[in-house]
Ligand binder design. Structure first.
Ligand code: HGY
Ligand code: MN
Ligand code: MN
Length: 430
């Protein structure tokens, strides 16, 4: 690691790059399935449109571009025989999303390529010991099919054929959606990278919480990414007349499920780094004058360590047995997503810290280091390569919401820090 900054860009270059990132975030925000809000899910027409835009911006930089077998949009600069350092993030969104979650990381990665590329006689190349690739992952959120990290799981070679049967809210299977998007399910393995092809994965992302804002810090090193498990829980009771059924005869699925949701809050808030959320909650038959006979709700459970997370899940299962037994209800849970915690590689944490130092005023204390409660594509990439992440301050810490934010100034710092991180990796003895 060298303490002398390696990036040669002028403040004007960096400021122009940050302005371009912010303008392109606004442009991509207009590609949505729902007017007036941002909604872009896997294998949708909107996914295809942002891939075309990203490919165009990659080609402008002289990158070779392709859409891989899982619908990820990829750009590469550098000799074909070199392994690649992967940069990037995701372009898919949650429902009614903000415009920076994932998006800003893809666009910052493109600006790093712009800063580090070197001209050749008829184009550009990458003068580093590795090639640079920018990957715009296609499904980090799992919004459409419930299973997250589908695009990055394909790149990591961990695709599970059981996922083909996953269905979206309209009953369209993942297999059918692939075919309609123009992808061949039989070729999914072609998206997989062999470990020797990749030297690492480095992602810039907004912090999806308030820590940096509260600390008045623009950037942070990420230490690890929380492990995740997602469940679809069903509570079954008895639908009956809302007026004629006395309380001692009721088996109200909604009240049992409501106690369950409160148990999630009680158990998780007693833990240091386990977080549980009930995000979707549906009562059936859903008539105002019928006692709900069935409730289906989602559970998103995360933890800094897999074991802590799993211990809370077992405690919750015991609570659900007690609640439903007391109320004469039945419950079941289907796990729809699971990803282990990923600990960012020490070398990549160090280069990200060096990158942060290179762009901020000299300081005695080390840059902030944050545990990411949010999930990221690095959770999948961790299976094949070292992962590093740079967080950018998000004013108010709001995310997965239209008010999600990041400042142009912090994006400028982030671009310089990310570029410096790449050069620090390149300077490492190989
Ligand atoms: O859910 C998450 O934590 C991420 O934003 N997909
Ligand atoms: Mn994200
Ligand atoms: Mn997200």
């Amino acid at each position: 690691m060298t303490s002398r900054p390696l990036v040669q860009a002028t403040p004007g270059d960096i400021a122009a790059a940050a302005r371009r990132v912010m303008a392109r975030c606004d442009e991509l925000a207009r590609v949505s399935a729902a007017p007036g809000r941002i909604e872009r899910v896997y294998l949708s027409p909107e996914h295809a449109r942002v891939n075309r835009l990203a490919a165009e911006w990659m080609r402008e930089l002289g990158m070779r571009t392709w859409q891989d077998a899982a619908g990820n949009q990829v750009g590469r600069l550098g000799a074909a025989e070199k392994p690649a350092l992967l940069l990037g993030s995701h372009l898919d969104t949650v429902l009614d999303a903000g415009r920076y979650d994932g998006i800003v990381g893809v666009l910052m990665a493109l600006e790093v390529v712009r800063l580090l590329r070197v001209p050749t006689g008829d184009g550009w190349t990458c003068g580093l010991p590795f090639a640079l690739e920018v990957v715009a992952f296609s499904d980090e959120e799992g919004t459409r099919f419930g299973k997250a990290l589908l695009g990055s799981s394909a790149v990591a070679g961990s695709w599970d054929d059981a996922w083909w049967a996953l269905q979206d809210a309209d009953g369209v299977s993942l297999r059918q959606a692939f075919l309609e998007f123009g992808l061949d399910p039989g070729r999914i393995d072609e998206a997989a990278r062999r470990p020797g092809e990749v030297v690492g994965y480095l992602e810039a992302h907004i912090e999806q919480g308030p820590e940096l804002d509260r600390a008045a810090e623009p950037l942070a090193v990420v230490s690890s990414i929380a492990s995740a498990r997602r469940f679809q829980v069903v509570v079954e009771g008895e639908a009956r007349h809302a007026g004629g059924t006395p309380y001692d005869m009721r088996h109200d699925a909604l009240l049992g499920a409501s106690e369950a949701a409160l148990a999630v809050e009680r158990l998780c808030s007693a833990e240091h780094h386990v977080i549980g959320t009930v995000g979707r909650f549906e009562a059936f038959p859903g008539a105002v004058n019928v006692i709900p006979g069935e409730v289906r709700f989602s559970l998103d459970l995360r933890g800094e360590f897999d074991g802590e997370r799993d211990r809370v899940w077992l405690a919750l299962a015991r609570d659900l047995d007690e609640i439903m037994g007391r109320r004469g209800l039945r419950w079941s849970a289907r796990e729809v997503h699971s990803a282990p915690a990923v600990f960012c590689a020490p070398l990549l944490q160090d280069v990200v810290a060096a990158g942060i130092r290179s762009t901020l005023p000299p300081r005695s204390e080390a840059p902030p280091v944050i545990f990411s409660r949010a999930g990221h594509d690095g959770m999948a990439l961790g299976a094949i390569t070292d992962v590093g992440m740079l967080f950018l301050r998000n004013p108010g810490g709001i995310s997965h919401h239209p008010d999600e934010g990041v400042s142009t100034g912090d994006v400028a710092h982030g671009i310089r820090a990310l570029a410096e991180s790449v050069l620090q990796i390149a300077a490492e003895p190989r």
